[in-house]
Design a protein. Structure first.
Length: 349
């Protein structure tokens, strides 16, 4: 690459990939550790052999993360999401978020959590500068919660959800992975919840990532099927106009009085790759330009070899240049192939 091209590609407003998509959103997996062991996240092998985790020294330090985010923001990233693993189990996370919030130009810091520690942290998160919170919750039944997550703590998540609303996060988004014969009898209960609480309930299509393919096609339900089922029961769903910062969810309003809304995230049946604005930094310190493509750039090694800010910029540009046009997970799934072996907890979803 000659010097002129390199510098124009690393300047602000040039975080554009080869398919003209502007990249403005960075997801950070702060740790692959989690206080739950969800059946779609933890593989049978991991369960049997003891969980394989990134050792602490191999995680990027908070200083390293802040440096990378500063450079990325200077190049045009304006939104960061903290995920994992469970981001709230990483020590001193509130202090880190506060420092993140001080980065000039970073306008949006969001968090995805399983909610277990949310009652304890909601207020601190708000004060530290978190703008929006997503809670992952696949069931409203305590017994089933234990079966899905391996831990008997539905009540904690429930209290965390209410605390997030009470301190003023709005709207609180609830991510429900839709799974046939596992939680599909609860979709209407989730919708009812959106009537009475200011929640955006988002049904996410199950993705066969990594070893979670052990579930096979039987557990997958398309958003269209869920929508049809809900319309039979609740009547018309009116589409809500998308705002600029909205993610891939298609959001709908229910008929009648309703405090919240319903969303569908359909990575399998209605790909949104053409609008993807994301770059991911895994808990192992690698840049991943597509959730569903295993190609990664080892930014941690570059950093620990004494990288200058320009080296970091180049690594970000390279990662974005390698962003694939789209994923083929649904096609591979149909053919019983799986090219995405990445662990969700390491990538951060
Ligand atoms: N611990 C946090 C949490 O539970 O929200 C953040 C990490 S978790 C990996 C991020 C999101 O990915 C969760 O909403 C989870 O339900 C979703 N997820 C994990 N595996 C999935 C799969 N195979 N298909 C669809 N969503 C999945």
């Amino acid at each position: 690459m000659n010097k002129e091209i390199a510098s124009s590609q690393t300047s602000k407003s040039r975080l554009v990939d080869l398919f003209s998509r502007s990249i403005s959103y960075l997801r950070l997996s702060l740790t692959d550790r989690c206080n739950l062991r969800c059946i779609y996240c933890v593989t049978e092998d991991e369960e049997n052999s003891g969980l394989q985790k990134v050792v602490h020294a191999e995680l990027l330090t908070y200083e390293e993360l802040l440096r990378i985010v500063s450079v990325a923001v200077d190049m045009g990233i304006s939104k960061v999401r903290l995920t994992g693993g469970e981001p709230l189990v990483r020590r001193n996370v509130i202090d880190f978020i506060y420092k993140l919030g001080q980065i000039q130009g970073l306008t949006d810091v969001r968090l995805t959590t399983n909610g277990v520690l949310l009652e304890q942290y909601a207020e601190d998160l708000l004060h530290a500068g978190v703008t929006k919170v997503n809670i992952s919750l696949d069931t409203l039944k305590p017994e089933r919660f234990k079966k899905i997550t391996g831990v008997d703590c539905f009540e904690k998540v429930w209290k965390g959800l209410h605390k997030a609303i009470a301190v003023g996060f709005s709207p609180v988004k609830v991510n429900v992975v839709a799974m046939r014969n596992i939680n599909d009898d609860e979709f209407t209960d989730f919708v009812e919840l959106a009537r009475t609480l200011p929640l955006q309930i988002r049904f996410i299509e199950f993705m066969p990532i990594g070893e979670s393919t052990r579930w096979g096609k039987d557990s997958y339900i398309s958003s269209d099927e869920i929508k049809e089922r809900l319309m039979t029961q609740f009547g018309r769903l009116t589409p809500v106009e998308k705002k600029h910062a909205d993610g891939p969810a298609q959001v709908f309003q229910l008929e009648g009085d309703c405090m919240g809304s319903i969303g569908f995230i359909s990575p399998m049946s209605h790909k949104f790759c053409d609008r993807c604005n994301r770059l991911r930094l895994t808990s192992a310190g690698t840049l991943r330009s597509c959730l569903l493509c295993d190609q990664e750039t080892d930014l941690k090694s570059i950093l620990r070899a004494g990288a200058t800010d320009e080296d970091i910029r180049k690594a970000l540009v390279e990662a974005i240049r390698s962003k694939p046009k789209g994923h083929e997970l649904a096609e591979q799934f149909d053919q019983h192939r799986n090219s995405c072996h990445g662990q969700m907890s390491r990538i951060g979803g």
